[in-house]
Design a protein around this ligand. Structure first.
Ligand code: ADP
Ligand code: MG
Length: 243
């Protein structure tokens, strides 16, 4: 409901690359326990926006609020400590290392590898994304590699998990499994920011959608209350309204 303090709020955030505004005065509110879509065509500014939320890129201007309070997220480490986890579009995994070793690289050094492997295995089972912690990344499919990134994010117990175009590398069966995982995260009261340009996915799993076009918000809605044509219009403009 509208009274709840958003878990994350973005006010007028802008990212300039030279004179080009990849994100232009974007506003966004993510409520606790919702699956929120960030919908837009290639080049709309989706990845740039979430890189600012995860401390990978510094905003040119604008404000980020976490549970109603202004925050500076200067690095991925700060984002994780704030309670934000991220699954990137392009994974950063070391092929020659095992699943557990890859996860260990992003965690507190005081935790033993055996302990990390045990926790990763338990979490992967609990969330329906089974992983063998002793497997070498080089031997894993792209869907399995994505599971590593998801489990790595979940190990830090995030309140918000951001996934950037996760289904672009998945089979339809793997995508269905992922959607079940997202529903479980939601049932636990966590929020999900789900980036996609696929209308049918967004209408299937998302409670809210913020639509971007050319770096600007063109709509914020309940995607299930919209028609595919009305969502497409927000994404690409009025010229496709009849598609
Ligand atoms: P999306 O994720 O919605 O496909 P991006 O956020 O990746 O879009 O990109 C938005 C726009 O910003 C695109 O036109 C892209 O070419 C441009 N862009 C992204 N990153 C950079 C960068 N580091 N330098 C210059 N332009 C960039
Ligand atoms: Mg992108």
């Amino acid at each position: 409901n509208g009274e709840t303090v958003p878990l994350l709020e973005v006010r007028h955030i802008t990212k300039l690359f030279g004179v080009f505004a990849a994100c232009n005065e974007i506003d966004l509110k993510i409520r606790p326990g919702e699956i929120h879509a960030l919908l837009g065509e290639n080049g709309a500014g989706k990845s740039t926006l979430v890189k600012m939320l995860f401390g990978v890129l510094a905003p040119t201007s604008g404000q980020i609020l976490w549970q109603g309070k202004p925050v500076q997220i200067g690095s991925p480490g700060e984002a994780r400590r704030t309670g934000i986890g991220m699954v990137f579009q392009h994974f950063s995994l070391f092929e020659a290392l095992t699943v557990a070793e890859n996860i260990a690289l992003s965690l507190d050094k005081s935790i033993s590898l055996a302990r990390i492997a045990e926790e990763a295995r338990a979490l992967s089972i609990a969330y329906g994304l089974p992983l063998d912690p002793s497997a070498h990344v080089a031997d894993l499919s792209v869907g399995e590699r994505q599971r590593i990134e998801i489990v790595r994010a979940l190990l830090q117990n995030p309140k918000l998990i951001i996934l950037d175009e996760p289904t672009s590398v998945l089979t339809p069966q793997e995508a269905d499994k992922l959607f079940e995982t997202l529903e479980k995260l939601k049932a636990e009261g966590r929020s999900v920011l789900y980036i996609s340009h696929r209308l049918e996915e967004v209408q299937r799993i998302c409670d809210r959608a913020t639509v971007l076009r050319h770096g600007k918000v063109t709509g914020a809605c309940d995607p299930r209350q919209e028609t595919p044509a009305s969502l497409a219009r927000m994404m690409v403009g009025s010229d496709v309204a009849s598609v």
